[in-house]
Every structure is written in C-alpha cells, then in structure tokens.
Ligand binder design. Structure first.
Ligand code: ATP
Length: 260
C-alpha cells in the first residue's frame, strides 16, 4: 500500500515552474530516493509534502489524507518528519534539548498544565525525556546529550537532526541530503542508521547527491530534471537509464558529474 502519493504536483515561482506535474507513490516501509541534478526541483517537492509550500496544482496524499494546504505542524502531527539540507538546529541548546523539541510535538498538555505542573503534564514530560534519550542513543549520540548542538561535529549535527525528527514518532521520515558534508566513515554509519530506521517500520524518502549512499540505501528511485519526472525504477535500472545519464552528464556542476 502506498503511504505517500504525489499526483501531478505543480509549483511555480513567478514565471519558473519548479515542479511540473510530478507524480509518484512511496510504498509503506520503503527507502525511496528522489534524485536529479542541482536545481531540478527536489527540495521544492519536499517543501510541498511538508506544507512549507502550497502547490499551484495537484495533490499530496499521505496515509489516505489529502494534506496539501495544511500547516507544517499539522503535517508533523499526522506523521511526517523531516531534516533540512541546511542544518536547522537550536545551536545554543544541548543535543538533548534539541531532540526534546521534537518529542514535545507529541505532547497534548497545554501551556496552563505546564505552568501548573499537573501530574499528567509531569508524566508526559518524563515520557518525552525518555523518548529523546532513546532517539539520541539510536543515532549514536547518547553520550553527547549535554553537548551544545554547535559543539558537535557537522556529521553529528546531521544525526542530531535525524534524532529530533524521529522523536516526533513519524510514519514517514524525509531526509534532505543527509550525507551532505559527511566523510566516508560517517556516510557508512548513516547508511546503517537508515537501515535501522527502515527496520523500525518507518518509511524513508530522501534526496541525496552521494550516489553510493543512494545505490546502497534506496529500494526505489525517482529522477527529476527541470521539475519533471524523467525516470522511476530500481537503482540498478536507473543507473543504466539513458535519460538519467544524459541529465547528469549534461550538467556543468562538477558535484553531479561523477554520480554513478
Ligand atoms: N523560494 C524560491 N523562490 C524562487 N525560486 C525558487 C525558490 N526555491 C527554489 N527555487 C528555484 O526552483 C528551482 C528548483 O529548486 P530546488 O531547490 O527545489 O532544486 P533542487 O533539486 O533541490 O536543487 P539542489 O540539488 O541544488 O538542492 C531552482 O531553479 C530554484 O532556483
């Protein structure tokens, strides 16, 4: 069954059609990759799914519900979490406090209960703390709970973003260039973490320029170029797809040239 369905999704920025009738479905439990040359429209697709942008046409269906037009926090509460291409942590807060901010999305007690410190609120807070520590451990940062976010290595900051996203208890985790700025060893550790996220039954949708990660981690790929879907299939099919090879070799960006 598909967990996420994009149906003829369109996004215009002035005269530029950044996403042009993109259609694809992500099956529940899959690790699904969205790839394409720089400026192809990948991040814009993510922003349409997470409610950061409203589409000019088409639909985003998540878990049977049409979610386009909903506020980002509502979409998080339905079970969609994300990380960003440019890291967006609370830099001066500890690693634990950052993950707690994700866990708090699931709390139901309001600000009055928080002020009065009702038993229910205290129980929820305790559970949020437990969840945050579990997710920190899950990404291998259990011993860095008290470290300020900006005191972590770049690779660990990316893992912290993943822990924060996981603390919202998502059904779908969206990762925008999770290996960006990581060295080979960190990327290998990330591939292993993605496999463990999948093993928890969480569906993963990712954008990544590191083709070794894409080929190892993803079960299925969609390729977009100039906002349009040009290919869809298994990694081994995409690797030899003529249109895809042309799209990448046609770009002048060095980062994309040696992709496969
Ligand atoms: N907020 C915006 N306003 C105007 N144009 C935008 C905006 N966001 C993206 N674009 C344009 O839309 C197109 C798609 O951008 P997008 O960032 O989605 O591409 P991408 O595939 O994620 O690129 P990259 O791999 O470099 O991150 C680009 O031409 C970009 O300049």
């Amino acid at each position: 069954m598909s967990l996420l369905k994009l149906d003829k999704l369109i996004k215009d920025f002035g005269g530029l059609r950044a996403v042009d009738e993109v259609t694809f479905e992500v099956e529940a439990g899959d690790v699904f990759g969205l790839i394409g040359p720089n400026g192809a429209g990948k991040t814009t697709v993510f922003n349409l799914i997470t409610g950061n942008y409203e589409p000019n046409g088409g639909d985003v269906i998540f878990d049977g519900t049409r979610i386009n037009g909903l506020a980002p926090n509502k979409i998080v509460s339905l079970g969609v979490a994300r990380t960003f291409q440019t890291i967006r942590l609370f830099k001066s807060l500890s690693a634990l406090e950052n993950v707690l901010s994700g866990a708090h999305c699931r709390m139901t007690s309001g600000s009055i209960a928080a002020m009065l410190k009702t038993p229910f609120q205290r129980r929820e807070e305790k559970e949020a703390l437990k969840l945050a520590l579990t997710e920190l451990d899950f990404v291998g940062l259990g011993d860095q709970a008290e470290t300020r976010a900006d005191g972590l290595s770049y690779g660990n900051q990316r893992l912290l973003e993943i822990a924060r996203a996981l603390a919202t208890k998502p059904k779908l985790l969206i990762l925008d260039e999770p290996a960006g700025g990581m060295n080979e060893q960190e990327t290998d550790a990330l591939i292993e973490i993605i496999a463990r996220i999948k093993a928890r039954g969480i569906t993963v949708l990712l954008i990544e320029h590191d083709m070794s990660l894409v080929m190892q981690a993803c079960e299925k790929l969609v390729v977009i170029e100039y906002g349009r879907k040009i290919a869809e299939g298994l990694p081994e099919e995409i690797k030899v797809n003529k249109k895809v090879i042309e799209a990448y070799l046609g770009t002048e960006d060095e980062e994309d040239e040696t992709c496969f």
